[in-house]
Write a protein that binds this ligand. Structure first.
Ligand code: DP6
Length: 324
């Protein structure tokens, strides 16, 4: 009744931002990400079902019942209990090798590791697609971290309105490097779920973002399959900046950028001007992630170093897996 799983965060190259079905957490835009490993970017979660517990216990980074994520954690455990036919409560202990809730995608790795460990702890065997759907209902980007390499997640149209992440290419397909320039280690102010709702309700650019996203998704997908960095970088930057434009047009404005974010974007443009292929992407936080070729990593690390508090070097990694 006890299992431990490890999962990595992922960075979306084509962004998910907005929900087509809020109740079932179905994305409004198709997304494509790369699962990232290296420099401590992983979540390790142990789940133990224990009939003597009165309620579920969630310990994140050594802190019991960290408020925010608890109801979503219980949601996953309830689904697993239903499948296993048990009422036993669980103790969940989770550790992130990187700052939690800071925009380094800890909810993706966190819920992927939770789904993987809790299914195993309860003795439930599910096809990977169903485990990915379970992770999606908790946090849609987590559906993608169930798989390694390059992974897409659709909007459910033509998929029974219940999409699962699918592999586009394995981690060995392309030794793309992703250099993460972390600009603060503090938690972000507005989580993705609330940010998306606010954007949908108040941003006049939201319909344009949603209708343009499938085209960018197709461009990202074709570029990944062709291992074409300039095509990938161009489409990935457009996806990130259009998503942020939509956020900034909300009322009141939703601005995840900090001064360092803008400075890092300028560094990336300067790298390109001097002949180094580097492209930026930014999630719902201030950090800048830079796509580049592995031989150019030292140049990118040096360029990011003056504005980032920490620089992490990552490569395509594996999906969620059991370690015990
Ligand atoms: C900007 O998966 O965190 O990182 O489904 O509401 O939990 P919920 O949102 P979440 O949103 C991720 C948004 C993003 C883009 C992406 O990862 O595709």
């Amino acid at each position: 009744m006890k299992a431990t799983a490890v999962a990595h965060p992922n960075i979306a190259l084509a962004k998910y931002w907005g929900k087509r079905d809020v109740a079932h957490n179905v994305p409004a835009t198709p997304s494509l990400s790369v699962t990232l490993s290296g420099d401590g970017l992983e979540t390790r979660t142990t789940v133990q079902f224990d009939a003597s517990l009165e309620r579920d216990v969630f310990v994140l980074g050594g802190v019991p019942n960290a408020e925010g994520p608890l109801s979503r954690v219980v949601g996953v455990l309830d689904e697993v209990r239903r499948l296993a036919g048990t009422t036993a409560r669980a103790r969940v202990e989770s550790e992130n090798g990187f700052p939690t809730a800071s925009g380094l995608a800890s909810s993706a790795s966190g819920f992927a590791a939770l789904v993987c460990a809790s299914l195993a702890a309860a003795g439930v065997e599910l096809p990977l697609a169903d485990a990915s759907r379970m992770a999606r209902r908790a946090s849609a980007s987590a559906a993608r971290s169930m798989l390694g390499g390059f992974v897409s997640l659709g909007t459910g149209e033509g998929e029974g309105d219940d999409p699962a992440a699918v592999e586009v290419a394995s981690s060995g397909h392309w030794d793309l490097a992703v250099v993460v320039g972390a600009v603060t280690l503090a938690a972000k102010e507005t989580g993705s779920t609330n940010g998306m709702r606010h954007c949908r309700d108040t941003s006049p650019y939201y319909p344009a973002w949603v209708s343009d996203a499938p085209r960018l998704f197709q461009a990202v997908r074709a570029a990944v399959l062709a291992r074409d960095l300039s095509a990938l970088g161009t489409a990935a930057e457009a996806s990130a900046l259009r998503m942020h434009a939509c956020m900034m047009a909300s009322d009141p404005a939703l601005i995840y950028f900090s001064g360092a974010t803008v400075a890092l974007l300028a560094e990336v443009r300067a790298l390109r001007k001097s002949g180094t292929e580097a492209y930026a992407t930014i999630d719902a936080g201030p950090h800048v992630k830079v796509l580049t070729r592995s031989p150019d990593v030292p140049k990118v690390v040096a360029a990011l170093g003056s504005h980032a508090v920490r620089v992490l070097v990552t490569t395509p990694g594996d999906g969620a897996r059991l370690v015990s």
